[in-house]
Design a protein around this ligand. Structure first.
Ligand code: ADP
Length: 398
């Protein structure tokens, strides 16, 4: 079955057409600068040349239209007609407490996603625009929504409540939600497969370390704790996001620099993290290079990042009262052996033995602990699009 996977941002739209039987990507691409001058679509059929076209895309409607035209283009397209696409799977960032699994879109579902807009004001409205554009342009094709938050809905109350007056949870649903759920679910399942152990008997910690980063404790196939919170700003240090800080810092900086709360939050999202601390870059390739060149700030940012990851991993081992496996995934987790080794070095007493030779790899699925390591450690490349396609097929076939 052909499934179109859509990941809509406020000014971008990433897409992949996946054949769900072979699980192969047939074509993929991205529309950028939607609603801004100079919008363009990059399209690449698998095995073919990447092509970039400047197309006027004032809204996501024109972007979806451009995707349809690219996929059905007589020369470079991979299908003859959009009727060959049997379902569209949409990544949606925030499902609040409404959604604990992927869901077929109808008016009520859209209304509920809209009700979660206040929890993800940058992402959810864009996701809804993408869904509505698909409904308009492909009225006969079912749309399925797959939420970043859904996997974490199994967390116990003790993990998701913030210790602020209870009315903020009761009335406004202010709580920990967690994100990257599709990735944490995909990777933890894969770990069970690799280890040949039942998913519901395994304790796994997934370290999703990309530009955005989160750690998740998966006990018996269920998320029981995760580092991101109400929003994706919380948790570990990220490329440009601060992760957890003392909330009073916001007031101190706002007063000192004469900034609004919005401005401070923007700084915590975009100018902080590894980029803010190192004053070098948010990209770990640059950080690694700068450390080699003797840059002390880059080294200090790296050390703070590692410390924060280790704190969460250690906490989650305690939360689950043990751990069978730890998995690294996403851009940094899959590609940066220094980060993985530095984290693992802290976990020796918890039963982790590094296989340095195996760790000297990039972007591959591999066990990086020794055979006799009590806790097994893996690199598992994540594939959120494939996970969305799988969930979409499951829902549509029901
Ligand atoms: P996002 O959260 O935006 O999806 P990614 O998962 O792409 O982010 O992660 C981006 C990070 O991954 C960057 O810090 C970058 O250094 C690292 N990364 C990506 N690809 C590579 C690579 N081939 N080698 C080393 N590092 C990489």
């Amino acid at each position: 079955m052909e499934v179109l996977v859509i990941n809509c941002g406020s000014s971008s739209l990433k897409f992949q057409l996946i054949d769900s039987d072979s699980e192969k990507v047939l074509a993929k691409g991205i529309c950028e600068r939607i609603g801004i001058k100079g919008s363009l679509i990059t399209y690449q059929p698998t095995g073919g040349e990447k092509e970039v076209s400047n197309i006027d895309m004032p809204t996501h409607h024109e972007a979806i239209d451009a995707v349809i035209k690219a996929l059905t283009n007589k020369e470079t397209g991979v299908i003859d007609d959009m009727s060959e696409v049997k379902a569209v799977g949409h990544r949606v960032v925030h499902g609040g407490e409404y959604f604990s699994k992927a869901t077929l879109v109808d008016d009520d579902v859209i209304k509920k996603i809209e009700e979660c807009n206040y929890l993800a004001p940058l992402h959810n409205p864009a996701n809804i625009i993408g869904i509505k554009a698909c409904m308009n342009l492909m009225p006969d094709t079912p749309n399925v929504v797959v939420f970043d938050t859904a996997f974490h809905q199994t967390m116990p109350e003790s993990a998701y409540l913030y210790a602020i007056p209870r009315k903020y949870y009761d009335e406004n649903k202010i709580r920990r939600y967690g994100f990257h759920g599709t990735s944490h679910s995909f990777v933890s399942k894969r770990v069970a497969e690799i280890m040949n152990k039942p998913y519901d008997e395994l304790k796994t910690i997934v370290c999703h370390l990309g530009n955005g980063a989160s750690i998740c404790a998966v006990d018996g196939g269920k998320s029981v704790d995760t580092s991101m919170g109400l929003t994706p700003l919380a948790g570990v240090i990220m490329g440009t996001r601060s992760g957890d800080i003392d909330p009073s810092i916001i007031e101190v900086i706002a007063k000192q620099d004469g900034l609004s709360i919005d401005q401070v939050i923007n700084m915590l999202n975009k100018e902080s993290g590894v980029a803010g601390l190192s004053e070098v870059s948010s990209d770990f390739r640059d950080i690694t290079q700068a450390i080699e060149d003797g840059n002390a700030k880059a080294k200090s940012a790296f050390d703070a990042y590692i410390r924060q990851v280790v704190r969460f991993v250690g906490a989650y081992i305690a939360v689950m009262n043990g751990v069978d496996a730890i998995a690294f995934t996403a851009g940094v987790g899959e590609n940066n052996k220094f980060v993985r080794a530095a984290v693992m070095e802290h976990l020796g007493y918890m039963g982790v033995k590094i296989n340095h030779e195996a760790n000297d790899s990039r972007g591959e699925e591999v066990m990086i602990s020794t055979e006799d390591s009590k806790v097994k450690v893996f690199v598992v490349p994540t594939n959120e699009e494939l996970a969305i396609a799988r969930e979409t097929v499951e829902i549509v076939n029901k």
